[in-house]
Design a protein around this ligand. Sequence first.
Ligand code: ZN
Length: 165
Amino acid sequence: MDFFEKLGKKATETFNSAAEKTNKIASEAKIRIKMNDCKSKIKDIYQDIGKIVYQKFVLEGKIEVKEDIEEQLTKIKEYTDQIEEYEKQILELTNLKQCENCKNKIDKNAKFCPECGAKQPEEPVHEAEVLENEENQDEEEIIEDVSNEVEETLEDTVEEDNNNE
Ligand SMILES: [Zn+2]
């Protein structure tokens, strides 16, 4: 293999593995941002509930205020479900799952939990769902991250080649 062939191969290998890694990290970060957004929305809703209860119960003397906060309660449930969904996506992304018994994070393919020994239910595999929409979006980020690694590889390869001569 000549110098450029070797360089090209190395750079491609580095790019592929680094891109895959970076893609996962970027996807996880995105999910976490969305998750935090849900959490802060829930916090806002609790604040709204506080205001409504203060207004209705304390100021207006209304005993039964549940109907006044029905909408807020529904939203909290929605955001909580959404957060749970994001948590699942992150587990999927990192090849982990949650033990049904002790809730520890364990290997996705584990048949038994290494923490508590509980037998894990066999689940149908549904990978790739998470990444589908995210792909292609992070190319610039990936290229930026990877170009550093390629640069390093380039330096290594040049050094190696100089030693061979
Ligand atoms: Zn367990």
